[in-house]
Design a protein around this ligand. Structure first.
Ligand code: NAP
Length: 344
């Protein structure tokens, strides 16, 4: 039996990716689409500027976009994927949870709330049970689950593979694609022939979310990992795929070869959207590259290469597809985890 799902913010960059991933999904059936008041009441094909690389599914094209409020979503929808601007998510996601919907959200609001699971299933699936605390505290029949920022999702799985060496300090510099800012995020006049060495709020997300994701859950609360993280974020003129340069200092000795082996052997999960391998490891110093490697594992894999020793410990580069692994695919995978764990 399939779970009926809705998409909040269905007309945007991430919303379109969600439609692309959910339409063929055997466990989920798209039953509701919402967007801003400017789009509500219109046929999806008339208000979505469709830009992903497969056609709009016929059934979705003809659906009427609803308002983003609980009364506008049918009661038999159980799971909502949210790709709303974070200010909008902060305002409306709690209303949906209170009305009984389970929400798997991309938006950055509430990611660090103590009772909201921030999940990369291959890294910290056990944190999902903080939902019991959430339901007790908030009295919700529904639930709110978050996936991390797209650039956090890129480097955290590679760090998860190295935790046994004792992570002490991490420096990460990102080269992030324009799609990460949404369709209206960066104008062509700003980004062509250019790189922008600041992305508002992004550094803080990498520094805080990574420690939360690698933290431990004791059944009552999540304790953050004690590593220190410093991030520097750059927007560059690639379309999709965030590339990151990482330096890691560990307590135990960690050679480039040992790091490569740990990443290559990092276990995949038995969930439909979890790729195997999770981390593709390259021997080449000039890989991964966004255009060549972002679609590995149908866009759900992380890739890593260029492992070498440096003055600041191990150095390597990693990459993932920001609107698939970093956003829509991450939410879908969290939906699969919710289903497997009986929350739907
Ligand atoms: P986007 O392209 O700007 O799309 C925003 C969506 O939200 C549209 O469907 C829009 O509908 C809807 N919306 C805007 N204002 C609204 C309102 N007041 N009420 C209801 N709906 C409203 O943004 P995006 O890139 O898809 O990002 C969506 C979220 O995912 C953001 O929180 C972003 O930070 C997060 N995220 C994005 C990425 C990425 O790589 N792009 C990665 C990770 C996380 P209309 O078409 O009607 O305006």
């Amino acid at each position: 039996m399939t779970v009926r799902v809705g998409i909040l913010g269905a007309t945007g960059a991430v919303g379109q990716r969600l439609i692309q991933l959910l339409e063929p999904h055997p466990d989920f059936e798209i039953a509701a689409l919402t967007a801003s008041d400017a789009s509500a009441g219109e046929a999806y094909r008339d208000v979505a500027k469709w830009r992903v690389d497969t056609p709009i599914p016929d059934a979705v094209a003809e659906m009427t976009v609803g308002a983003t409020e609980p009364d506008a979503v049918p009661n038999d929808v159980d799971l909502l994927f949210s790709s709303l601007p974070s200010s909008v998510g902060a305002a409306v996601e709690p209303d949906f949870c209170e009305a009984g919907y389970v929400v798997s959200s991309n938006s950055s609001n509430s990611r660090m709330a103590a009772d909201v699971p921030l999940i990369i299933p291959e890294v910290n699936a056990d944190h999902l049970d903080v939902l019991e605390v959430q339901r007790d505290d908030r009295g919700w029949d529904g639930a709110l689950v978050k996936n991390p920022n797209c650039s956090t999702i890129t480097f955290v799985p590679t760090l998860a593979a190295l935790t046994e060496y004792g992570l002490e300090r991490v420096h990460v510099a990102t080269l992030q694609a324009v799609s990460g800012a949404g369709y209206d995020g960066v104008t062509s006049m700003e980004i062509i022939d250019n790189a922008i060495p600041h992305i508002g709020g992004e550094e803080d997300k990498l520094e805080t979310e990574s420690k939360r994701l690698l933290g431990t859950f004791d059944g009552a609360e999540i304790t953050q990992h004690e590593m220190e993280v410093a991030a520097s974020c750059n927007r560059i003129a690639t379309l999709d795929g965030h590339l990151e340069n990482v330096w890691v200092e560990t307590d135990e000795d960690l050679s480039p070869e040992a790091a490569k082996a740990a990443m290559a052997d990092y276990p995949a999960l038995d969930l439909r959207s979890s790729p195997d391998p999770l981390i593709h490891v390259f021997d080449d110093l000039d890989r991964p590259q966004p255009r060549l490697d972002r679609t590995l594992g149908d866009g759900m894999a992380v890739s890593a290469g260029g492992h070498r020793e440096s003055t600041f410990g191990l150095q390597y580069n990693c990459l993932s597809h920001n609107t698939i692994r970093g956003a829509a695919g991450a939410s879908v995978l969290n939906g699969e985890l919710l289903l497997e764990n009986g929350y739907l």
